[in-house]
Design a protein around this ligand. Structure first.
Ligand SMILES: NC(=O)c1ccc[n+]([C@@H]2O[C@H](COP(=O)([O-])OP(=O)(O)OC[C@H]3O[C@@H](n4cnc5c(N)ncnc54)[C@H](OP(=O)(O)O)[C@@H]3O)[C@@H](O)[C@H]2O)c1
Length: 284
């Protein structure tokens, strides 16, 4: 039984490979599909099979997936190009005779108003139309998403955002990776849709309290309009589309779109998810 992981040189994909090995999958039965072999040398040293293919190259993807039974398609990071890229991977998996595709989607991808959702929804629709059974790992937000601005938040004493009083059920990247590895090693997963969110569901006001606790400084949450928050992020030097995407995600949090009490993540990993304080404290 061979399991392939795309994006294996990325943060999540690398953690999925770790989790597969932790669950007893032999490295020689794991195929890391990467676009840059130089970044995969540590994986190769551990005995993982490295195959090179970019999401834009269906022929290379088809060769890379030869002999693969189960595939984890890690959603790409090139926003705006991902529908075509993911379709290429699915086309290649069909040509290669893959028996199951797990896809890292977004919480409530079919109804979410977050700007990232349409690409995930389109990929889910392509997978539903595929001859290959598929499982949707609708990942919630990573707590790690708050690490980039953490120093500035602590320095200023203000957590900025546009999430209102919405609850955010985030978890650590490693939690989501463990869930993916569980799905890849379980039978009967085709057709399942997992809404994956953390055990800890915080408003941004409560997240500010967590940052106060770990930093020893008083942090308050300042709620902004989505457009105002996007403008501040742009002013801080973020590319326009990234600023708009982050502000859109916050607006989604205000509407409850990155919250869930499904229990799916906890059931797959067999424990509560990692608290925000544990992820953020490591960076303070
Ligand atoms: N749930 C969340 O909070 C959250 C946050 C951020 C992102 N995401 C989504 O989840 C995915 C995984 O997260 P992550 O933290 O692991 O992101 P990441 O570290 O940026 O990893 C993305 C992976 O996709 C690969 N990739 C991108 N474009 C590719 C292409 N054209 N061909 C082949 N491979 C390509 C990258 O390859 P290289 O290693 O060569 O760059 C990398 O390995 C992201 O790509 C994004 O879709 C979710």
């Amino acid at each position: 039984m061979t399991t392939a992981v795309t994006g294996a040189t990325g943060n999540l994909g690398g953690l999925v490979v770790d989790a597969l090995i932790e669950r007893g999958v032999a490295p020689a039965e794991i195929v890391a599909v990467v676009r840059n072999a130089d970044k995969a040398s540590a994986l190769a040293d551990r005995g993982v099979v490295i195959r090179v293919a970019d999401y834009s190259d269906t022929a290379a993807l088809t060769s890379a997936l030869a002999g693969v039974d189960k595939l984890l398609l890690v959603s790409g990071s090139e926003v705006g190009q991902r529908i075509a890229q993911h379709n290429n991977v699915i086309d290649a998996a069909e040509a290669a005779g893959v028996s199951l595709i797990a896809y890292t989607s977004l919480l409530a991808a079919d109804t979410s108003g977050i700007s990232l959702a349409p690409e995930h929804k389109a990929t889910e629709e392509r997978l539903t139309a595929s001859s290959i059974p598929a499982v949707f790992l609708r990942n919630g937000w990573y707590w790690e998403n708050y690490l980039g601005s953490l120093a500035q938040t602590i320095e200023s004493g203000v957590l900025l955002g546009a999430a209102g009083n919405g609850k955010l059920a985030a978890a650590s990247r490693a939690d989501f990776a463990e869930a993916a590895a569980a799905v890849l090693t379980l039978d009967g997963q085709g057709g399942k849709v997992y809404e994956l969110g953390g055990s800890e569901r915080l408003t941004y006001g409560e997240l500010a309290d967590v940052i106060s606790e770990i930093s020893g400084k008083s942090i308050v949450y300042k709620d902004l309009a989505e457009s105002e928050y996007a403008a501040i992020l742009q002013g801080a030097g973020l590319p326009d589309f990234v600023a708009a995407m982050l502000a859109s995600a916050d607006a989604g949090i205000s509407r409850g779109e990155l919250d869930t009490d499904s229990g799916d993540l906890q059931a797959l990993i067999g424990r509560a998810s990692t608290p925000a304080a544990q992820v953020l404290r490591a960076a303070v």
